[in-house]
Structures are given as structure tokens and as C-alpha cells.
Design a protein around this ligand. Structure first.
Ligand code: ADP
Ligand code: MG
Length: 405
């Protein structure tokens, strides 16, 4: 299917390239004042037509930046050549103005700026040559109104720049959207697969763990072996934890009740829970809640979201450092901030947040943030992460306030 499509695309390309190539050949032989003299100029013109046509036809085989740049340079040389060879054909000047449009077709920003710069330098040399070397008699239309021509040239480059800027931005956005769509689709399929596998693994795990727990309590078993059992049970617990997280991502529970969640209560109970699990080491959580905030969501899920984010903040902080949490109303939104002064993240790391299994921790699952993003999305909330490597991280969670839903 894909091959057929590529084949068709190539055919369309070759077919449309016949038009410029035919026009270049016509330019050589139809009413060409240099045709009869077979001078250096004409041979140079013929060579350029051959080289440029070759480049255009070879392009689908070498779709890369170097080849595009070569194509741009050859095209520029070609258009400047016909400008100098046929001074009587004043309209060739228009081609000079529009050389950078070729690079717009490639949607390559660097190449576009390169061709714009190359064209500006070339036109400066061209004008200087015409003025300083007394060529005005050949290019009288340029000499007669030099300033006007310069302004026109600058104007044309500005127009081309705007066309590029607008189309490039639009295409980039579309590309991003397409990428996101592909990523979501991929995640959906991976999720379904993961859920099926996780479910199948969980049952045997539970059975094995049950027996191990039974043997671990057996007085006949020696203490040495019991130690091994305990280790096995702890490893199985880790595996169970990963699987249950995976299941909650892959099979989000849509039947949970939506209720009015008191954010302050949930924050308080999430911190209490972290305390009771002994996860806080020596870290303190500074809770700062200005007013009562309510959102429409499921309490358990909001708690899970907050625990995941606060846990990350504590894990990123040095022992003893505190984590600040604030909750307040901001323009119809409930805004919760979790601020830590820990290791922070680079831009790339922040972008990778939420990718399944992305974790920099030796015992991390890399599913925590993904679960958070899923829960936030479910209740029309957002999670925004600002981070500086070595300085800390601020995670801002926003939900529509209950009164404004
Ligand atoms: P896990 O905690 O299991 O590794 P998460 O999805 O919760 O998975 O987080 C993914 C990764 O993002 C973490 O391994 C960590 O490197 C990074 N991260 C998340 N929150 C913070 C934070 N507050 N400060 C620094 N790094 C963080
Ligand atoms: Mg985590």
C-alpha cells in the first residue's frame, strides 16, 4: 500500500518536473540570440540546463539537506546566468527575486534562510557589477531606476519571507498534530496489549505469592530460607505494583463516581498517607491552602494524582529539604502547585514526562506521570511542569472549579 503510494508520488513528481525542464530547453533553442554563435556563454547555459535537469530528476533518490542545498545553488547559478547572458530579456530579473521560493517547497527553515541570504548577497554583487563596471548600457532598466529596483527586490524578499513564515508555521502545527495522533494511537494499542498481558500475569503472581507467604510462616522452614522467601515476596510485590499501575493506565476506570472533591481535604489526606508510609524520610511538606477549593472529580483518582506528584517531588529533593504545596482559586480554576528544590529536570526530561516507562530512578516504574496526565485529562484539568536542572521543579495542576463547570 505504502509502496504504491510512494510510486504514485514519484510519478507525479517526475511528470511535473517535465514542465520546468521543457521550459528550460525551450529557453535554449527558441529565439535564442546566442544559439548560432556557439560561444562560451551558450555552452555554459546548455551545461547548466543539463545539470539542473539532472538534479531535479535525481532529487527523489537523494532526499536530504545536502542535495537540496546543491539544487538551490545550481538553480541560483542558472537564473543569474540567464540574467547576465540575456540582458535584453528584462523579465529574467523577476526570476532573481523569486529564487528563494524554490526552497519553500522543501519546508526546511535553515535552507530557506540560506537561500534568502545567498540571494541577497548575489543581488548586491550583481548591482555593484552593473553600476561599478559600467554595464548600465546593457541593463538600462536597472540602471535607470536603481533605487526603485532595489526597493522592489527588498519588497519581494519580504513577501517571500512572510509566505514562508505563515505556511511553515501552519505545516509545522499540522505535522505536530499528526505526530500526536500517531502517538496516541500507538499508546492505545500498547495499552490494550499491556492490559491483556498484565491481567494474565497477575493471576499466577498472586498464586505464587500466596504460597510463598504460607511457607514463610511455616515454623519447619529454616530462617535462612525464610530470608530468601521474604526477598521473593518483596520482588513479587514490586512486580504486582508495576502491573497494577500498568492496568490503571491501560484500562482507566470510567465507572468511578464523580463527586465534589474538597481539594484541601484530599491534599491533607495525601500528605498524611505519605507520612504514614514513611516515605517522607526527613522531608517536610509545607501545606499552604488559602481558601476552600472544590472540583468535580473522583476523590480516589485526585488523591492518586497528588500522591504521584508529591512523591516525585520528595524523591527529587535532598533529605531534609521541604516540599511546598499551595492550593488556591485563580480565575475559575483551582490551582495546585507542588514545588520542590531538588535535582530538577532538563527541557528534554520535562518533555519526556508522561511517556510510559520513562524513569530515571533505579526502582521507578515510569508510569506515575502518565497516570497523572490521564487523570487530569479525564476531568478537564492540565498539568504544567516548570523545571530547572539543579534548582528544582514546580508542577502546576489546574482543574475547573466545581462552581464553574
Ligand atoms: P517514576 O517516579 O516511577 O520514575 P514518574 O512518571 O513519576 O515515574 O516520573 C518519571 C521521571 O520524571 C522520574 O524518574 C524523574 O526522573 C522525573 N521527575 C518527575 N518528577 C520530578 C521532579 N519533581 N523533579 C525531578 N525529576 C522528576
Ligand atoms: Mg513517580
Amino acid at each position: 500500500m505504502r509502496e504504491n503510494y510512494l510510486d504514485l508520488k514519484n510519478k507525479i513528481y517526475y511528470f511535473s518536473m517535465l514542465v520546468p525542464i521543457a521550459m528550460m530547453i525551450m529557453g535554449l533553442f527558441v529565439d535564442n540570440p546566442h544559439m548560432g554563435d556557439h560561444g562560451v556563454g551558450f555552452i555554459w547555459h546548455v551545461s547548466l540546463v543539463v545539470i539542473l535537469s539532472g538534479c531535479l530528476l535525481l532529487y527523489p533518490r537523494y532526499v536530504n539537506r545536502v542535495f537540496r542545498m546543491i539544487l538551490m545553488i545550481v538553480a541560483s547559478v542558472y537564473f543569474y546566468t540567464i540574467f547576465f547572458l540575456y540582458p535584453d530579456t528584462g523579465s529574467t530579473f523577476i526570476f532573481l527575486c523569486f529564487i528563494p521560493t524554490i526552497s519553500i517547497l522543501f519546508f526546511d527553515a535553515k535552507l530557506f534562510y540560506f537561500s534568502l541570504a545567498l540571494n541577497s548577497v548575489s543581488i548586491i554583487f550583481t548591482y555593484s557589477y552593473i553600476v561599478l563596471f559600467g554595464q548600465g548600457y546593457q541593463f538600462y532598466f536597472i540602471k535607470q531606476d536603481l533605487i526603485g529596483n532595489i526597493i522592489n527586490f527588498i519588497g519581494s524578499q519580504v513577501i517571500i519571507y512572510f509566505i514562508f513564515y505563515l505556511t511553515y508555521g501552519r505545516i509545522k502545527k499540522q505535522q505536530q498534530y499528526y505526530e500526536q495522533l500517531k502517538q496516541t494511537e500507538r499508546l492505545k494499542i500498547t495499552g490494550q496489549l499491556a492490559a491483556a498481558v498484565a491481567h494474565e500475569i497477575r493471576n499466577p503472581l498472586t498464586v505464587v505469592k500466596g504460597f510463598l507467604e504460607l511457607y514463610e510462616k511455616d515454623p519447619a522452614v529454616s530462617n535462612d530460607i525464610k530470608r530468601h522467601y521474604r526477598l521473593m515476596i518483596s520482588e513479587l510485590n514490586t512486580a504486582e505494583h508495576v502491573i497494577s499501575q500498568l492496568l490503571s493506565v491501560a484500562k482507566p476506570n470510567n465507572d468511578l463516581d464523580i463527586e465534589t472533591v474538597n481539594v484541601n481535604d484530599v491534599l491533607q489526606s495525601a500528605t498524611d498517607l505519605l507520612h504514614s508510609y514513611g516515605l517522607l524520610h526527613e522531608n517536610k511538606i509545607e501545606l499552604n491552602m488559602a481558601e476552600e477549593c472544590f472540583i468535580a472529580a473522583n476523590t480516589i483518582e485526585i488523591k492518586q494524582l497528588l500522591i504521584n506528584i508529591i512523591k516525585n517531588a520528595i524523591e527529587a529533593s535532598e533529605i531534609g529539604d521541604s516540599v511546598k504545596i499551595t492550593a488556591e482559586m485563580k480565575n475559575d480554576l483551582v490551582e495546585i502547585k507542588v514545588i520542590d528544590y531538588g535535582q530538577g529536570m532538563s527541557e528534554v526530561e520535562v518533555e519526556s514526562l508522561g511517556t510510559p516507562f520513562y524513569s530515571l530512578k533505579s526502582k521507578g516504574t515510569g508510569l506515575g506521570m502518565m497516570i497523572c496526565y490521564n487523570i487530569a485529562k479525564k476531568y478537564k484539568g492540565t498539568i504544567d511542569v516548570q523545571s530547572t536542572k539543579g534548582e528544582g521543579t514546580t508542577v502546576t495542576i489546574r482543574f475547573p472549579s466545581e462552581n464553574n463547570l
